[in-house]
Design a protein around this ligand. Structure first.
Ligand SMILES: [Zn+2]
Length: 144
């Protein structure tokens, strides 16, 4: 390796360190600014995106996607049903062993493995039981 190569490697390493320091400072500034901005403003959305980008690069590593389904059982008639709820991105913390978080995403992220998960829950009534148990007419139900 020539001296020129040594300097090129050193310059590349310094550039990486400077970029990391700059992006960390920008993420900190965005977190501070975010506390003062209206939550639904464009500036707040841009700061949240900047913080998320920094976190995904330095704090959290995406390891997979989960398609969440809900399995409901009616306590009154034992009818069961499944429905899709949402996609979650599973992330592991880069330094804190065992720490993980789940982030809602509109669709699976290409390149990440996708698996299914089921949340089971009991509900006090289903659409078939509602008219019998509580005299509720779902054909005239309001939209929420
Ligand atoms: Zn039922």
């Amino acid at each position: 390796m020539s001296n020129f190569d040594d300097f090129a490697d050193l310059n590349a390493a310094i550039a990486v360190q400077l970029e990391a320091r700059q992006s960390t400072a920008e993420a900190r500034a965005a977190k501070t600014r975010l506390t003062r901005l209206p939550a639904n403003s464009a500036e707040a959305a841009a700061d949240r995106a900047k913080i998320a980008e920094w976190e995904s690069k330095h704090e959290w590593k995406a390891v997979g996607m989960i398609a969440v389904f809900e399995h409901e059982t009616c306590e009154a008639c034992d009818t069961t049903g499944e429905r899709f709820v949402q996609f979650l991105q599973e992330e592991h913390h880069r330094r804190e062993r065992g720490a993980r978080r789940l982030q809602a995403k509109p669709a699976p992220i290409a390149g990440l493995p996708l698996r299914a998960a089921i949340q089971r829950r009991l509900v006090p009534m289903c659409p078939d039981c509602a008219p019998v148990l509580f005299d509720l007419d779902l054909t005239t139900a309001e939209e929420l």
